[in-house]
Write a protein that binds this ligand. Structure first.
Ligand SMILES: [Zn+2]
Length: 105
């Protein structure tokens, strides 16, 4: 992972990331969605960040899980709602990140 962290990186980086997810969470050719267990292949797999980018979450391996596009999108909306709460000042950044990790594990 190059400096800059949050960047999605080149298409080469994205390819490596997908291959790593398939190998780590599955057989190398397919793996389950981390949330709904749907079977994913290289084509349908997306890299989902546990801690989202605006909170400093990067695409480093410890922060990504395989997700289908549907779950990735659903989680994005969830994130957006949480961010609204965060903006109101209900949580500190640290509390907020911990809360999300719990809710979305
Ligand atoms: Zn899913």
């Amino acid at each position: 992972m190059r400096a800059g962290g949050d960047a999605r990186g080149s298409s080469y980086d994205r390819r490596l990331r997908k291959v790593w997810l398939l190998r780590t969470f599955g057989s190398g050719k397919m793996c389950p969605c981390n949330w709904c267990r749907k079977r994913l292949t290289y084509k349908t797999l997306t890299a989902d960040r546990i801690v989202p980018g605006h909170l400093g979450g990067t695409y480093k391996h410890s922060n990504i899980v395989p997700a289908c596009i549907k779950c990735n999108r659903a989680r994005f909306h969830q994130k957006t709602r949480c961010v609204a709460r965060r903006r109101r000042g209900d949580y500190t950044t640290k509390e907020f990140a911990a809360l999300m990790l719990q809710e979305w594990r």
